[in-house]
Design a protein around this ligand. Structure first.
Ligand code: FAD
Length: 549
């Protein structure tokens, strides 16, 4: 992973193969994409604080995991200092590194994790578990004022599927496994977990659990909270282990307390998760709706119906226009097809192309199941004035989804912050929530006197509601620090979530970025309960202090 941005060195986002993108960005943000105005500081010019690791603690850590797995290498320490939220990226790019961990250790199994924890507690050091480092809630950074030694515990060597109980459809898996390696091990035996967040390539099972993550196919497979049946966690008072039973009435759920705990209760070493047979057929179809209200109503009706798609996602008109602007150079045949479609939509279906909303709906299972599901969904889509545009757009989306994360770095290279805020709310609230949030963002852009863009999609449908995922970007005014201006927009959006009856985050966790809204979301007594839990389990505040509360 790049130390200053997303993904692999050498891979980046570009507009050069997307003919409509540069004019789109110019129109909406007033940004000239040909002009790179800002690049990250060169690594060699970084002022990396010296490691505070004492020789005695180093030799105790080496005793726990072996000397080759205790690293004070500067690049290693910088990579482990933060996650990938916009504030992390901006400060890293500027060379403002904050409280960099003093050492990175890489345990290989649960015994080694337990040994590292013992050594750390004896030395009153701080332990921060590190999965893939992809969180976007400020869940990894040590407090600036931390004077104790900070140890980053990289779980990446714990990457094996240990056992598959085929009869129960459960797999016991080490927590440090990255998405692709998890799926490769399971697919080789005909199974899948079905958890595919957009950060899949660089995030881990332990990280997903510790942040209550959601994957694109959550409508079928559930969020990580649903598919995690049991956990093993190294805590200050020993190994916490829950049983992989389908349901239990053993008081408040300890498993649930670990879910979303962001390293504050211990280090998750293992989880037992649901696995499913790799489906015979998997398809994502594109649909077009005449308007956002019709699209929202259709998604709600699909959730209420007997249909059970694996993905339900619909973009508002602004995100639809953006999607079209990121299309690669179309072939002559594609251009003709799209002209015919446009004419049909405008003349025969009375579509206003500016208000049109693009949707992706996914189906998985046997051939017959997929066909029956498509029929059920097709009827609902038609009732709301929509139509199916085939599998082409869905396949394109499927291919592109792991590339789009690179776009934040692309915008930052041009001086513009772009970020996301996501939430969930009951169906009855979604429409007004959407209006309130887009209005709040536009007011924030006006207050700053900047040109900005906000767009949204609905994804992750449930019995009682869904997730709304907003993406925004703006060209800073140049009059204030870019992070100050970013905070004006981000705060306006987050405050509108809680004011409108929605949650501060559907799947990006709390960290430090969202902590200030927690009492408005779960109430003062709720926050006090969490505080008591963390203080009780970790009285010395050694485990990832300062996150969540
Ligand atoms: P890290 O970032 O390393 O850690 C996150 C937190 O979990 C930290 O507090 C850390 O201390 C703790 N932690 C990590 N491992 C352990 C462990 N073994 N034991 C105890 N605590 C641990 N999220 C989604 O849910 N869905 C998405 O579609 C999605 N898309 C994203 C796209 C992009 C471009 C980016 C940058 C992020 C996205 N995220 C998404 C957010 C992020 O990927 C998730 O929060 C993910 O679950 C973090 O996993 P990680 O392994 O990278 O954890």
């Amino acid at each position: 992973m790049k130390w200053w941005g997303w993904g692999d060195e050498g891979v980046s986002f570009t507009h050069t193969d997307k003919p409509a993108l540069a004019p789109f960005i110019k129109l909406h943000l007033g940004l000239d994409v040909e002009a790179e105005t800002s690049r990250p500081v060169a690594f060699n010019d970084l002022r990396i604080p010296d490691s505070l690791l004492e020789p005695s603690l180093r030799s105790a850590l080496e005793g726990a995991v072996g000397s080759e797995r205790v690293s004070t290498d500067p690049l290693d320490r910088v990579v482990h200092a933060r996650g990938k939220c916009l504030r992390d990226l901006v400060r890293h790019r500027r060379g403002e590194l904050g409280r960099v961990p003093d050492v990175v250790v890489r345990p290989d199994d649960e015994d080694e994790v337990a040994a590292v924890l013992r050594v750390a507690l004896d030395a009153d050091a701080v332990l921060i578990p590190f999965g893939g480092g992809t969180n976007i809630s400020g869940s990894l950074e040590a407090p600036e004022s931390e004077t104790r030694t900070v140890i980053s515990v990289d779980t990446g060597l714990m990457d094996r599927v240990l056992e598959i109980d085929e009869e129960s459809r459960l797999a016991r898996v080490q927590a440090g496994v990255l998405g692709p390696r998890l799926e490769a091990q399971l697919n080789a035996r005909g199974w899948t977990v079905g958890h595919f967040p957009d950060s899949f390539t660089h995030s881990t099972l332990g990280g997903w659990i510790a942040t209550r993550s959601s994957g694109m196919q959550s409508d079928k497979y559930g969020d990580v909270a649903d598919l995690t049946r049991a956990v093993r966690v190294v805590t200050p008072s020993g190994i916490l282990a829950t049983r992989p039973v389908p349901h239990t009435s053993t008081g408040p759920s300890v498993r649930e307390m670990v879910l979303g705990s962001e390293g504050r209760l211990g280090i998750i070493t293992e989880a037992t998760v649901h696995v499913h047979r790799v489906p015979e057929r998997r398809t994502i179809l594109g649909y077009l709706f005449p308007s956002w209200p019709e699209a929202l109503a259709a998604m709600r009706e699909i959730a209420e119906s007997e249909a059970s798609p694996s993905v339900t996602r619909v973009s508002d008109a602004a995100e639809t226009r953006f999607s079209f602007a990121t299309r690669k150079e179309p072939s002559l045949l594609d251009r003709l097809r799209s002209k015919v479609l446009q004419t049909y939509l405008e003349r025969r279906r009375d579509f206003d192309l500016e208000a049109m909303c693009l949707s992706f709906i996914g189906y998985e299972g046997s051939k017959d199941h997929v066909a029956a599901q498509r029929k059920l969904v097709g009827k609902i889509v038609s009732r709301h004035g929509g139509l199916c545009v085939g599998s082409g757009p869905g396949e394109l989306y499927d291919q592109k989804k792991f590339d789009t994360p690179y776009i934040r770095d692309y915008l930052l290279d041009r001086g513009a912050p772009g970020d996301v805020s996501e939430t969930s709310a009951p169906w009855s609230v979604l429409s007004i929530l959407y209006d309130n949030v887009t209005e709040a963002a536009r007011r924030a852009f006006d207050e700053l006197g900047v040109r900005g863009y906000i767009m949204c999609h609905l994804s992750h449908s449930y019995h009682a509601g869904a997730c709304l995922y907003f993406t925004f970007a703006f060209k800073p005014s140049g009059r204030r620090d870019v992070l100050e201006e970013y905070d004006v927009v981000k705060d306006a959006i987050q405050q509108t979530f809680v004011d409108s009856g929605a949650t501060l985050s559907h799947h990006h966790a709390v960290g430090t970025e969202h902590a200030k809204w927690l009492d408005q979301d779960i109430s003062g007594p709720g926050v006090a309960m969490l505080r008591s839990l963390f203080d009780g389990v970790d009285p010395g505040a050694n485990l990832n202090p300062g996150k969540i509360v």
